[in-house]
Design a protein around this ligand. Structure first.
Ligand SMILES: [Zn+2]
Length: 100
């Protein structure tokens, strides 16, 4: 399945509930799931990591549905490589910011 098909699955499964909850509360749930993903990344628990990736992506798909954004179309800008330099791998000058 492509991203659009997954977005449709999430719309069918949670669309009505997501619309009742509204855009920003749904976004807040997405952020909560991203926090749980951070915990799973730090835990080293492979099963938890897979679960949290799927939850975070599912909530992102819900937010996109509510915002009326087709993520298959949105991601097309990355299809041919980096949207800035056009290369794959990217050749943009980049330096990681210092950790605080
Ligand atoms: Zn680039």
């Amino acid at each position: 399945m492509d991203l659009r098909a997954w977005q449709d699955v999430i719309a069918r499964t949670y669309g009505e509930r997501d619309r009742r909850r509204g855009l920003f509360p749904t976004y807040a749930w997405f952020v909560e799931e991203v926090g749980e993903l951070a915990g799973a990344l730090l835990s080293g628990d492979r099963e938890a990591l897979v679960l949290e990736f799927s939850d975070a992506l599912a909530w992102l798909l819900s937010v996109a549905n509510l915002a009326g954004v087709d993520l298959e179309d949105a991601m097309a800008r990355y299809r041919e490589g980096c949207p800035k330099c056009g290369a794959s791998p990217c050749v943009c000058p980049y330096e990681d910011p210092p950790l605080r």
